[in-house]
Design a protein around this ligand. Structure first.
Ligand SMILES: NC(=O)c1ccc[n+]([C@@H]2O[C@H](COP(=O)([O-])OP(=O)(O)OC[C@H]3O[C@@H](n4cnc5c(N)ncnc54)[C@H](O)[C@@H]3O)[C@@H](O)[C@H]2O)c1
Ligand SMILES: O=C(O)C(=O)C[C@]1(C(=O)O)C=C[C@@H](O)C=C1
Length: 306
């Protein structure tokens, strides 16, 4: 594949940044990759694993001469990092981010982006419960959506960033930042909060059941524990910055939960059966519409082989 940006700078070298770097290298999408991380251990890991060509001890030095700057730090520090790199940005460069929340990032980063530099916020809908420079892998974004919320960025800058994501195997869509935050509150943020809570409940109970909760946990609960092992800093920032949408969805969730709680207490089997039938149809609808992008064969055609 052709080089899309001659020089890319990654600010923060954790799961998402290292995965992007591995992908850019694998598919030849960047001429060179510069990286900035706070700790020397992370910078050394990036060189040792070979996903950065150069590393810098300040964000300002890393972005000099970069055609694309990718902010891959927790949402709560995006604004501070943007302020730090501002004087060092190359005219004509594009700044993007990978934060899980978009409106707060637009508000925090936007004012620090100088004239002549495009800001195209982004969010790959792909991740794992792991973090740090050693957790990344090139295929993380394959057949997964990346959402861009370009606002008033120049169309050429948006098209180029789209080409980069597509080069890494992602399916790219554009939307407004506030709409993104509402959708993600439903599909990602509130489910994470529920997983954190459920594992917390089990942990409290463990003291009563002497480890049996963990020992005998079935598949559903194990999935919750994987999600609840996600990075505490990242998720603290998500909830602090996507407050309104998450509270809205949590309110709706609580209402539904109370309705099911009542059905259980009243022995209302029809209510439970009908509810579960509706939710099963939703899952089956996703699969039938071919929209299960996490499925291993999503997007494959017969030409792709077995
Ligand atoms: N993990 C996921 O599943 C996932 C998926 C999509 C998007 N995101 C978003 O991507 C971003 C990065 O997440 P990640 O999973 O790669 O996290 P990570 O913890 O693996 O990496 C974050 C990096 O940012 C660095 N950092 C933290 N504070 C900093 C500061 N003040 N200045 C400079 N560097 C700082 C950390 O040292 C670390 O290297 C977050 O905004 C997150 O919301 C995460
Ligand atoms: O698979 C996981 O570990 C994830 O939760 C990844 C996940 C999500 O799908 O909710 C988490 C946060 C992101 O912003 C994007 C992706």
């Amino acid at each position: 594949m052709a080089v899309i940006y001659d020089r890319v700078a990654l600010i923060g070298l954790g799961l998402i940044a290292s995965s992007m770097a591995h992908a850019m290298k694998k598919w030849g999408l960047a001429g060179s990759i510069a990286g900035y991380a706070k700790t020397e251990a992370t910078r050394e890991a990036a060189l040792e694993l070979g996903f950065c060509d150069e590393v810098f001890a300040t964000a300002g030095d890393a972005v000099k001469n970069a055609d694309l700057v990718i902010l891959a730090v927790p949402v709560g520090v995006m604004g501070a990092v943007a302020a730090e790199i501002r004087p060092h940005l190359k005219p004509g460069a594009t700044v993007t981010d990978v934060g899980s929340v978009k409106q707060a990032v637009v508000e925090a980063v936007g004012p620090h982006v100088p004239d002549g530099v495009d800001f195209v916020p982004g969010h790959p809908l792909a991740g794992t419960e792991h973090s740090g420079p050693r957790s990344g892998f090139a295929t993380l974004f394959q057949n997964r959506f990346t959402l861009l919320t370009p606002g008033d960025a120049r169309p050429e800058a948006v098209a180029r960033l789209r080409a980069l994501w597509e080069g890494m195997g992602a399916l790219v869509e554009e939307m407004e930042a506030d709409h993104h935050d509402l959708v993600l509150a439903v599909t990602s943020h509130t489910p994470h909060l529920i997983a954190y809570t459920m594992v917390g409940v089990a942990d409290h109970l463990r003291r009563v059941t002497e480890s049996e909760v963990i020992k005998y946990s079935a598949a559903g609960f194990r999935d919750f524990t994987r999600i609840a092992a996600s990075d505490p800093t990242m998720w603290r920032d998500v909830f602090l910055t996507n407050k309104e949408a998450t509270l809205d969805i949590l309110g709706r969730f609580t209402e539904e939960l109370f309705a099911l709680q009542r059905a259980i207490r009243m022995g209302d089997g029809d209510e439970l059966f009908n509810y579960f039938t509706r939710t099963r149809a939703i899952r089956r609808g996703i699969i039938e519409a071919g929209q299960d992008t996490a499925a291993p064969d999503f997007g494959r055609t017969k030409a792709d082989g077995p």
